[in-house]
Design a protein around this ligand. Structure first.
Ligand code: PRP
Length: 254
């Protein structure tokens, strides 16, 4: 890690138990995650223009917290292992990985739907063939989905641009997330089933919930408070609500 922007604690004199390390995902959820952490005070007086494409350091230190910039699929790994106390991650990733983290707050942004899609014109013939070939970034969800329906399936795990697979004959269908539907349309695919819905979630490490309980409670209460305010009023909110019941991250999909 190079170019750390500021020393973590020291001058402010905050105890280690008050400093939270929060992992934020690159990509779709990044901007809103950073904005949220700035508003809840984890980023404190950190520089306004924290922009990883420009700033190659993947850790941002502020007097009030530390931010790790992590690939979306790796957020639960950092949180489960305690390298981060908390993280922001899509429910889609939690459903796929089933990690041992506490999923405490639905942050409300980053809405998307996990769907099955096939080539246009083939929707009535789906599922086709004896074995369905499904390309996806969510192999576990896809396997469960087919298994529950009793479909023999070949799950083709890809890392992105999944919509290409049916066009070139690699798969009969995809299971992927849809936001606007444009990528499906532009790749001549059509949705045949919704499998899950997803938004960004705040997840917390098990041990941090004990060892940094006060800081975690404050974070959750402040985040919950912000959700109830219009965005332009949502700054400098102090928390105070009780910690919601901890739920192990094992949200169910269809
Ligand atoms: C996501 C998803 C779809 C697309 C959906 O991909 O996997 O491809 O966004 O958005 P839309 O419905 O608004 O078109 P992402 O941009 O995260 O890249 P990836 O395919 O490389 O994962």
């Amino acid at each position: 890690m190079r170019g750390e922007l500021r020393k973590a604690t020291g001058s402010g004199g905050q105890a280690a138990a008050d400093i939270l390390t929060v992992a934020v995902p690159t990509g779709r959820l990044f901007a809103e995650s950073v904005s949220l952490l700035r508003r809840v005070g984890v980023l404190g007086a950190a520089p306004e223009a924290f922009d990883p494409p420009q700033e190659r350091s993947l850790v941002l230190l502020a007097a009030t917290g530390r931010i790790l910039v992590v690939k979306p699929a790796d957020i639960p790994v950092y949180v489960e292992h305690g390298a981060a106390d908390a993280g922001i991650v899509g429910r889609d990733v939690l459903l796929e990985q089933g990690r041992d983290v506490y999923e405490l707050v639905d942050l409300g942004f980053g809405s998307c739907r996990g769907v099955v899609a096939v080539r246009q014109g083939e929707e009535d013939a789906w599922p086709r063939g004896r074995t369905v070939r499904v390309a996806t970034k969510y192999p576990r969800i896809a396997a469960r989905y087919c298994e529950r329906r009793g479909w023999p399936a070949e799950i083709i795990a890809l890392n992105g641009a999944v919509e290409l697979a049916p066009r070139v004959g690699l798969a009969d269908a995809i299971l992927d997330v849809v936001v606007t539907g444009r990528t499906l349309r532009d790749n001549l695919l059509v949705e045949v089933a919704e499998v899950f819905r997803s938004t960004a979630r705040l997840v917390v490490n098990r041990a941090s919930l004990r060892t940094k309980e006060a800081a975690v409670r404050r974070l959750i209460a402040t985040v919950e408070g912000l959700k109830e305010l219009p965005a332009d009023e949502a700054s400098g909110v102090a928390g105070g609500k009780p910690l919601p019941p901890a739920v192990r991250s094992e949200s169910r999909d269809g």
